[in-house]
Structure formats: structure tokens, C-alpha cells
Design a protein around this ligand. Structure first.
Ligand SMILES: [Zn+2]
Ligand SMILES: [Zn+2]
Length: 460
């Protein structure tokens, strides 16, 4: 099954019909282009009475099985990573040895990827091409342009993929944030210009397609985070995703305004801030103190940002909740603020974490219970999706990055915006965009691989 020069195909192996482990393929003229190669969030753990989480014997790292493309890797022209979230970049160190193709990505994402590859001794084997927004690259028969869009991480990109058979717009994860605080913004003109050229299909993020309105801008969170911090009598610990560099910038402002020192607890946070500095997206005024010093400061002078907002084992917040963190021991009157929302499936683990914090006399403020917004989603709600369809005006809408419910609602929105056709499918389905839009079900075998004891294993 090989696309010829009249064909323009889309074949997702992961991330369509689910949220996580994105792995997309575009096919034209005998070759394939891979977009993203991510891991998935492990299926929910079961919390037992003592607060520990049992993973039902499943490997903690899981990803899409790339067998379809690994079997024809001479036809794989390259791999583009749209941004540095784990569900887009996380599987590269595990799967690259099966693919062995050049990788194209933005500066910040390249920094994150290099750190991952170094742990696998792959750093000097993987050719990484750093591409700026508005630049173009020819990758096999595909002419790809990187477009500036906003998300909850620095340097996200959308892609315009041009071929002689037709053009594709691949949105990646996005929102419309007029004040993203860090990195490039977006301009509607970028997307309106695509409509003039003609877009055969738009492959687009469905995560929040069921949410009415417009996502919250990163820039409005400072008020809420300041309010949640300023009356705290003791330490303030903020749990958030380390990759959200804009959020760390806002927290640094809050620390300055409240006379606190900010430190980072948890390996992924320290990793992310290092990558942000190396990529030039860290604000030089945002000073961090050595986390080992946090425990020696007066309590009211501490603002620590910690990993573990999802209740994951071995993260800084879990360790503090169990009084086993080497640097910080929480006391009654300290306050933990969740500047993150629960990823579906993690609720039980988060509840258990909150219970053990409260048992120590620690105050807890969640994003749901805060008076003002202290968390913003990185994905487009309905008004943003409508705006994008009106700008790009594709002939075909292909909802991805969602469960069936999100993708169904997304297709309805596209229709209401005047898009003549939507193609709804799931991993392993072949979406034929050219010559004639249509579907062939389950042309590629799909599955899930896990990483266990240093090797890839099939997850059933
Ligand atoms: Zn994603
Ligand atoms: Zn993302």
C-alpha cells in the first residue's frame, strides 16, 4: 500500500480516537512524512487504602506501535515534532532506532528532545534540524511551512504541508492566546492566507471541542495566583506542569510581589527551565534559588513550584505529602495550590494526595475551587475552532486529538462553519484526501508498545 503522485493520504497510528500517544503519517508520491511521536498517559492507577497507586502491572511508558511505517522505513522522509509535550515528543528515544529518519522541530522542542536522547545514548545519532516559524523545508515530496500558533508550551507550531496533489493544514495542539507571555504569538493573517491558496484538508485538535466559549489567556492568571498566595501564612507550594514556561514566569512575578523566593522541586521542572534558558525563552529577571535552600528559609519567604499535580508516584508533591522529600518538610499552615486541572483518569490519585496533605494540616486550593482563574487550558474551545475554520476554509475537516465524543462535536462545528465534508475515523484508518475524499477502515495494524526493563514490549 503505497501512495502515488495523485494521492494525498493521512494515516494516524496514535492519537485519533484518544488523547495521548500522537503518531500521524501523511502519504504522497511513494513517501511518508511522520508528524509527532508521543507517549500516552498510563491508564488510571488504582488507589489502595494506604494511598499508594497500583498500575495493574502495565508499563508506565506506552506509545503507538509504529510497525506499519517501521516495515517500510525506506519510504519515511522525515519526522516533524510540533511541540515538546510528552504526547507529541515522548516516544522519539524509544522508537527512533526503528525509524532512523531526520527530525525537524523548533528550538525549545529540540532542547527537550536532546536531553531525552542523551539519556538513551542517541544524541549523536539522531539528525535534528531546528526550524523557525515562517521557515520552509522540503522533506521528500512534501514542502512544509512552520506557522506560529499559541499553546501551553513555548515554540508550538502548526504546519502547512504542500504537495502537487494538494495542501494540508495540520494544526497541532493550539489555542488562540492574544497574550501568551512567552515566545511568539499568532496572527489571523497567517491562516487567512492559507484559504486563498486552497487547503484540501485541515487536521485539527479536538481536545476541548465540547467546551463552549474561548480558552483563558495565560496573562489573566497572575491575579488569581497572587490572591491565592498573598494571605498564606506559611510556605506556598504550587503544583503545575513544568513545560508551561509562561506559568513559571507568572509565578516568578507572584513570588516577587509577595516577598518570596522561588525554587523548583522535581526533575522535570528543572529540566524544562534549563531547556527554556538554552532556547532563549526564559525571562532573565525570573530568579530561581537552589531547591536545597528552600527548607532553610523562613516559611513565609518560600514559593516552591513542584511536580506531581496529577498525583503521580515519585514526584515532588507526592514525596512532600508522604514526608519523604529530601529538601522540604511541610508543616500545618503551609499551602498547596493546584495550578493545573486533573487529566481524566487521575482523579482518584489526586484525591488521595489531597487527603494526605490535609491530614498534615496543609491547606489545599484546587483550580476548580479557586475564586479567580489559576489555570488555563492550552486547547481551543468552540469559539476558537470556529474562528480557525472561518480563516482556513478547508474542503475537508479531519478531527483528531480527542475521543470519539470530542471528534463528533468537532465535526458538527466544522459543518456549521461551512466546511463541506468531515472525515471521522480512528487510529489505523486511511483518510484519503486526494484524489477523492474518502475512508478505508483499518488498513494499518494498530497497537500499543510499552517500555519495560530497557526494551519495547507489546501491551495487550
Ligand atoms: Zn497533545
Ligand atoms: Zn500539547
Amino acid at each position: 500500500m503505497t501512495p502515488d503522485h495523485n494521492d494525498l493520504w493521512f494515516l494516524p497510528l496514535g492519537g485519533t480516537g484518544e488523547i495521548g500517544m500522537n503518531l500521524n503519517l501523511y502519504g504522497h508520491d511513494g513517501q511518508w512524512l511522520m508528524v509527532d511521536c508521543g507517549v500516552t498517559f498510563p491508564r488510571p492507577g488504582r488507589v489502595v487504602a494506604d494511598g499508594t497507586v497500583h498500575q495493574r502491572g502495565e508499563p508506565p511508558v506506552q506509545m503507538a506501535d509504529p510497525a506499519f511505517i517501521a516495515d517500510r522505513r525506506d519510504q519515511l522522509a522525515g519526522l516533524i515534532i510540533t511541540h515538546a509535550h510528552e504526547d507529541h515528543v515522548g516516544a522519539v528515544p524509544y522508537l527512533w532506532p526503528l525509524l532512523q529518519c531526520p527530525v525537524y522541530t523548533s528550538r525549545f522542542t529540540a532542547e527537550i528532545l536532546r536531553r531525552k536522547l542523551a539519556e538513551f545514548d542517541l544524541l549523536h545519532r539522531v539528525p535534528i534540524h531546528v526550524v523557525d516559524v515562517e521557515e520552509r523545508r522540503t522533506i521528500g515530496p512534501f514542502q512544509v511551512e512552520w506557522l506560529a500558533l499559541t499553546h501551553s508550551i513555548p515554540d508550538p507550531s502548526a504546519l502547512m504541508i504542500r504537495t502537487p496533489a494538494g495542501n494540508l493544514f495540520h494544526s497541532g495542539d493550539w489555542k488562540l492566546d492574544d497574550e501568551p507571555l512567552v515566545g511568539h504569538g499568532y496572527t489571523p493573517g497567517t491562516f487567512k492566507a492559507l484559504a486563498d491558496e486552497g487547503v484540501a484538508a485541515m487536521v485539527c485538535d479536538s481536545t476541548n471541542a465540547t467546551v463552549a466559549g474561548h480558552s483563558t489567556s495565560e496573562s489573566v492568571l497572575e491575579k488569581g495566583l497572587l490572591a491565592a498566595t498573598q494571605d498564606a501564612p506559611g510556605r506556598v507550594i504550587v503544583a503545575c506542569f513544568g513545560s508551561n514556561i509562561a506559568r513559571l514566569h507568572t509565578l516568578a512575578n507572584v513570588a516577587r510581589a509577595t516577598g518570596r523566593y522561588m525554587g523548583l522541586l522535581g526533575r522535570s521542572l528543572i529540566n524544562m527551565s534549563g531547556a527554556a534558558k538554552a532556547a532563549g525563552v526564559w525571562n532573565a529577571d525570573d530568579h530561581l534559588i537552589n531547591p536545597a535552600h528552600l527548607g532553610y528559609l523562613p516559611r513565609e519567604e518560600v514559593l516552591a513550584v513542584a511536580t506531581g499535580s496529577q498525583g503521580e508516584p515519585r514526584t515532588a508533591l507526592r514525596r512532600m505529602a508522604m514526608s519523604t522529600h529530601p529538601d522540604v518538610e511541610l508543616e500545618p499552615g503551609d499551602r498547596v495550590i493546584f495550578s493545573a486541572r486533573a487529566i481524566p483518569g487521575n482523579e482518584e490519585a489526586i484525591d488521595a494526595l489531597i487527603t494526605s496533605l490535609k491530614e498534615q494540616g496543609v491547606e489545599v486550593i484546587t483550580a476548580e475551587a479557586a475564586d479567580l482563574p489559576i489555570h488555563a487550558s492550552g486547547h481551543p474551545a468552540q469559539d476558537e475552532l470556529r474562528a480557525m475554520y472561518q480563516w482556513v476554509q478547508p474542503e475537508v475537516a479531519i478531527p483528531v486529538h480527542g475521543e470519539a465524543e470530542h471528534m463528533d462535536v468537532h465535526a458538527g462545528l466544522a459543518r456549521d462553519c461551512g466546511v463541506p465534508k468531515s472525515l471521522l475515523g480512528r487510529n489505523g484508518d486511511l483518510f484519503m484526501i486526494r484524489p477523492v475524499p474518502g475512508m478505508r477502515r483499518q488498513v494499518a495494524e494498530v497497537g500499543r508498545l510499552g517500555w519495560e526493563k530497557g526494551e519495547l514490549v507489546r501491551v495487550v
